[in-house]
Design a binder for this molecule. Structure first.
Ligand SMILES: [Zn+2]
Length: 220
């Protein structure tokens, strides 16, 4: 697993070159945002060095929650798990939207301690509702420096794109997107936050991302 220090409080973890998770330094330890796929557990624990306090998820897809059960098994009640409300209900077996959901929704034995909603705080991160890729998808705005952890609303693998747009170099993102119109609305909402740094689920982080986000929105 590759680790990249993005800011003084944010480290990017990358599995298989294209799946990211993030460690956020807080006063009481670390928040892990997303968990990548199952095999990531050892790499995450090594990078966190025993300081993991909570696991916050942008959405319920398998490449974001994949290592959750394994982490919970190792860390038990020393970590709190936070998941967006609707995606938590989907994982609990509720039918929250009509029809079949695209993307991978693996069976989880971990139940979140907290269901996240717009405006909630996770340490220094503010929860921003950004549905569309999944029904409950959220982004996290770092209030200390306006870094945006955008999950799968945008990808930067290859070039910056909104996940409602079918992009040949990374087609999985659009294929896994639940509602393309709602996803595009969320992308516009995230752009309007004027982030200083855009950190996404797939692809490298972008500094001063306004122009790149505008270009992606023009294709969305
Ligand atoms: Zn996804």
């Amino acid at each position: 697993m590759k680790t990249t220090a993005l800011t003084s409080t944010l480290t990017q973890l990358t599995q298989f070159r294209f799946v990211n998770a993030y460690l956020v330094q807080e006063e009481d330890g670390l928040t892990l945002v997303d968990t990548m796929m199952g095999k990531a557990v050892d790499g995450i624990l090594a990078a966190a060095g025993g300081a993991l306090r909570r696991i916050a998820l942008t959405h319920g897809h398998g490449d974001h929650v994949g290592a959750l059960d394994a982490l919970k098994e190792r860390l038990g009640d020393s970590v709190e798990v936070l998941m967006p409300e609707l995606d938590a209900r989907i994982h609990a077996g509720e039918q929250v939207v009509e029809g079949k959901l695209p993307g991978s929704w693996p069976q989880l034995s971990t139940r979140p301690d907290v269901r996240l909603a717009e405006g909630d705080r996770v340490g220094s991160l503010e929860v921003v509702a950004a549905p569309g890729h999944t029904p409950g998808h959220v982004a996290f705005l770092e209030t200390r420096d306006r870094t945006l952890i955008a999950g799968d609303v945008f990808t930067t693998y290859g070039s910056p794109q909104v996940t409602n747009h079918f992009y040949w170099r990374f087609p999985f993102a659009a294929m896994a997107t639940w509602d393309k119109r709602v996803d595009a609305e969320s992308a516009r909402k995230l752009r309007a936050l004027e982030p200083s740094l855009l950190a996404v689920g797939h692809g490298p982080a972008l500094r001063l991302p306004a122009a790149a986000m505008d270009a992606a929105l023009a294709r969305a």
